[in-house]
Design a protein around this ligand. Structure first.
Ligand code: HEM
Ligand SMILES: CC(C)=CCC/C(C)=C/CC/C(C)=C/COP(=O)(O)OP(=O)(O)O
Length: 301
């Protein structure tokens, strides 16, 4: 007979399995994939489209579980991550590994069988990139970890696109590039005010290795590149004026906030209002830019 406490434990581990998928971060990953799918030319049956997004969501969640399986040691050291299921001792590593591998295989097979094998291979590559290239290889070895490894988070819109068309053209490459160049300002803004966590854990994030001044300048440089790429779809005639206006306005705010970060001299996390503002806005930026792309497609097609 199942006791009340066993039922509670069962529920708690289901909650922890869900937590292992980093649902809040992945919500934006999934949204960009959905926008890639909706912005692609051609049509997809709604059930197949839904299945593609489900497969991407499961694959992204699986890669996050594998990330935490490997990182249980540094997650235990950092205050922000210390309450995750593994470092908090609510789940063993083997469970996380089996969950991550099982879900990865299922998501790729689902994509291949129900949608197309090009998208499935693309999804498998993204999972590999986040779990192995970023987490196992780069994160602990170079301050360029999030620049190169961040590519994993930039693939989903192109996977969504490929689910419809079966290929990748210039537009999904630009969508990839937008997220690729967005990731350093998004993450380094946070790394500036979370610097002590990363240095304590010995993770060579940019502010730890190159210092705050260099990181602030690089944030601004990446914001300028991001602006050029975000406007490119409009400038090249691949998106209409709704997207164009949104891209210009959002990127202008992004650059202004980055400039404030670049000009700030504070080294105290409590005083890093500009950095916190940029981090928060980075999330709104990507949501709004991709929403504008879909709105643009709906209006102009
Ligand atoms: C290597 C690349 C990236 C790194 C290192 C990174 C790191 C982080 C960290 C440390 C946080 C704060 C804590 C947390 O909620 O876990 C965060 C928050 C967030 N990230 Fe990223 N991120 C990256 C790429 C991305 C990408 C590609 C997306 C989506 C397209 C994204 C979306 C978000 C969202 C939505 C949040 C806020 C979560 C919340 O509200 O709690 N991130 N990111
Ligand atoms: C389809 C597919 C496979 C998508 C993957 C999407 C992806 C790579 C997102 C990366 C975002 C993310 C959770 C970064 C956290 O970095 P971290 O792990 O260094 O952060 P932490 O310090 O919070 O653990």
């Amino acid at each position: 007979m199942t006791t009340a406490s066993q039922t509670m434990q069962g529920l708690a581990s289901a909650k922890d399995l869900f937590a292992l998928t980093k649902p809040r971060v992945m919500s934006l990953v999934i949204f960009t994939a959905l926008c890639g799918l909706l912005a692609a030319p051609g049509t997809i049956h709604p059930v197949i489209g839904f299945t593609a997004i489900l497969a991407i969501s499961l694959g992204a969640g699986a890669s996050a579980a594998l990330n935490q399986w490997y990182e249980y040691d540094i997650d235990a050291i950092m205050k922000r991550t210390s309450q995750r299921p593994l470092p908090a001792g609510r789940m063993d590593r083997e469970t996380a590994l089996h969950f991550g591998i099982g879900l990865s295989v299922f998501s790729v097979l689902l994509m291949g069988v129900a949608v197309n094998w090009f998208s499935a291979i693309f999804l498998a590559f993204s999972i590999f990139f986040y779990a192995v290239v970023y987490t196992i290889w780069l994160k602990r070895s170079t301050p360029q970890n999030i620049v190169i490894g961040g590519a994993a988070g930039a693939f989903p819109p192109a996977i969504g696109w490929a689910a419809v068309t079966g290929d990748v053209t210039l537009m999904p490459v630009l969508l990839f590039a937008i997220i690729f160049f967005w990731t350093p300002p998004h993450f380094w803004a946070l790394a500036l005010f979370m610097n002590s966590d990363y240095s304590k854990a010995g993770v060579p994030m940019m502010p730890v290795v190159a210092g705050q001044r260099s990181t602030r300048n690089q944030i601004f440089a990446y914001s300028l590149i991001l602006t050029a790429i975000a406007i490119a779809p409009f400038a090249l005639g691949l998106a209409g004026s709704v997207y164009g206006v949104a891209a210009i306005a959002l990127s202008l705010i992004f650059c202004l906030l980055s400039l404030q970060v670049a000009r700030s001299k504070t080294t105290k996390p409590d005083e890093m209002a500009a950095e916190k503002r940029l981090f928060k806005f980075s999330i709104l930026y990507l949501f709004a830019l991709f929403a504008a792309l879909v709105a643009d497609r709906m209006i102009f097609s």
